[in-house]
Design a protein around this ligand. Structure first.
Ligand SMILES: C[S@@+](CC[C@H](N)C(=O)[O-])C[C@H]1O[C@@H](n2cnc3c(N)ncnc32)[C@H](O)[C@@H]1O
Length: 226
């Protein structure tokens, strides 16, 4: 997969200029906690110095609050976060260092590039929390959670593993449920009215807080790879 051949699913890579601390975080800490795109297929466990039996991925971690919370509370799991957003990258690298976390690695880029390098059935769980909804119809093609993308993600998931998706955008969730109908070997609840129960493992993200503040309904979907 080559950049330029895919439609970007993210808006900006930077929301404002980086402060000196943020720049230093990136230049000093990415070499410790960052992932360089592998040339060949890899088992994601190889990205860690410590051996982890289970690998958990978060795609589009934003400022990283959920990923950091999960990595702190589950030191027995290896966590990988992916996001092309540089302000969030600087923030999460600083947090990894402050908490001295050994179980987290970050890829600053498009998830589609790293995912295609992962061995099949190698991920225990993936979170995609409040992905950019691309509200306007003419922008729907930029939505990350296409049939092809979800199918690819399912193939990278271990049997019985799962993908957790959250959104406050009903139209996007309906679109995702339609896409799922075309994917074999998965289990999920297809009734949008039953998707308002938040999984207990999720801590609040910035976008979730924003949605709840605006009294928007949030939807949470769990897809099992069978
Ligand atoms: C609306 S924000 C949500 C951030 C965070 N999950 C939250 O709930 O606060 C969506 C995030 O997904 C990231 N993103 C969009 N497309 C992506 C892709 N192809 N790979 C990885 N991250 C992506 C964006 O850069 C952005 O940080």
């Amino acid at each position: 997969m080559k950049e330029g051949r895919i439609i970007p699913s993210y808006g900006r890579k930077r929301s404002h200029g980086l402060s000196e601390t943020q720049k230093n975080n990136i230049s000093d800490l990415y070499q410790l906690y960052g992932i360089n795109l592998p040339t060949d297929t890899i088992n994601p466990t190889e990205l860690f110095h410590v051996k982890f039996d289970k690998i958990v991925l978060e795609i589009g971690f934003g400022n990283g609050e959920h990923l950091i919370n999960r990595a702190i509370s589950r030191s027995d799991l290896g966590f990988i976060g992916i996001d092309p957003f540089e302000n969030g990258l600087a923030n999460i690298l600083g947090e990894i260092k402050n908490h001295n976390l050994k179980n987290i690695k970050i890829f600053n880029g498009d998830a589609r590039f790293l995912l295609e390098k992962f061995k099949e059935h190698s991920l225990h769980r993936t979170y995609v929390l409040f992905p950019d909804p691309w509200r306007k119809r003419k922008h729907h093609k930029r939505r990350l959670l296409s049939t092809e993308f979800i199918f690819g993600l399912v193939k990278k998931t271990i049997f019985g593993g799962n993908i957790i998706i959250a959104t406050d955008h009903e139209d996007y969730m309906i679109n995702i449920l339609e896409n799922l109908k075309k994917i074999p070997n998965i289990g999920y609840c297809g009734d949008i009215n039953l998707l308002s129960q938040k999984p207990c493992c999720l801590s609040e993200t910035k976008y979730e807080q924003k949605a709840l503040f605006q009294k928007k309904k949030c939807y949470y979907l769990r897809i099992y790879a069978l």
